[in-house]
Design a protein. Structure first.
Length: 292
């Protein structure tokens, strides 16, 4: 993520969103180990964050030298936070979502791939310079589950297995409330609403095409993976459009690609759908379409 893609008056909004995410997910991970009994190793988190930060510093040094500009990790104040906070969030969340038993190297590799995508998958904008179009968390997770057979994602049931039925509802409502507040600050509510509507439509269509699945396509909307992707991962500021009309288009495209991936028989379809929607946006930006 970089602040070149937004006007200076929006920089405090960016920083505030990133700070909220960093604090919120750090608390969630600690609570997950103490209370929710998440099964991923706590060692995943420092390994993933360290790999992500090292990768970001190395690539930022090379990129700054190549384009004759200051290295952002050396800047002070908000500009320095604008470099470190997104890297921390992407690496931390990827590490929190992965599960690969006692193996740590897939976590580090996932963080390296995620952060590298911010530099490798970007397009040139005449007003804002290079801008990344790929969601790093989704890209890193999809790359690892495709490249490393031993790796997968944390099973969604773990988020509620220790809470009991009343607390399941409370935890889910807390996540929804936090997501709404965050996305109001991000100005991504139109995208989130469009995704929910698009997802519901594709679920109904799939129920007609595959009646043997019953209500499962719609029940997917009640799970923690759906909540996380729709409220936190998909509406990332730097890799999604600002225009309300284009936000709606992006949210609908993620729902459409989800249906395509599911019908093709692939796992982790929500994350693949975000990657495909970002790739489509990147292609359109490369062709000169104003998908911003």
């Amino acid at each position: 993520m970089n602040l070149a893609a937004v006007s200076p008056r929006d920089i405090p909004r960016q920083i505030g969103c990133w700070r909220s995410l960093a604090v919120g997910f750090t608390i969630w991970a600690l609570m997950g180990h103490v209370w929710l009994s998440l099964e991923f190793s706590f060692a995943y988190l420092p390994v993933g964050v360290a790999a992500g930060l090292i990768t970001a510093i190395v690539l930022e040094t090379l990129d700054a030298s190549l384009h004759q500009r200051p290295m952002r990790f050396r800047l002070k104040g908000e500009q320095g936070l604008a470099f470190f906070l997104p890297v921390y969030i992407s690496s931390f969340n990827l590490s929190m979502l992965m599960y690969c038993a006692e193996l740590l190297w897939p976590v580090a590799l996932g963080a390296v791939i995620a952060i590298s995508s911010k530099y490798a998958l970007r397009v040139w904008h005449p007003d804002n310079g290079f801008r990344s179009f790929m969601n790093p968390q989704a890209f890193g997770l999809c790359a690892i589950v495709l490249l490393v057979p031993e790796a997968g994602l944390v099973p969604p049931y773990e988020y509620f297995t220790q809470t009991g039925s009343p607390m399941e509802i409370i935890v889910a409502l807390m996540g929804i409330f936090y997501g709404i507040v965050l996305n109001r600050k991000r100005k991504r509510i139109p995208m989130v609403i469009a995704f929910h509507i698009g997802f519901l439509i594709q679920a109904v269509v799939r129920m007609q095409l595959q009646p043997h699945f019953g209500l499962n396509p719609i029940l997917m909307m009640t799970g923690p993976a759906y909540l996380y992707v729709s409220m936190f991962l998909m509406p990332e500021i730097d890799t999604t459009p600002e225009s309300k009309r284009l936000q709606i288009l992006f949210g609908l495209s993620v729902a459409f690609f989800y249906a395509v991936v599911i019908l093709a028989g692939y796992h982790y379809a929500l994350f693949h759908a975000v990657v495909l929607a970002c790739l489509l946006r990147g292609l359109l930006l490369l062709l000169g379409v104003k998908y911003v």
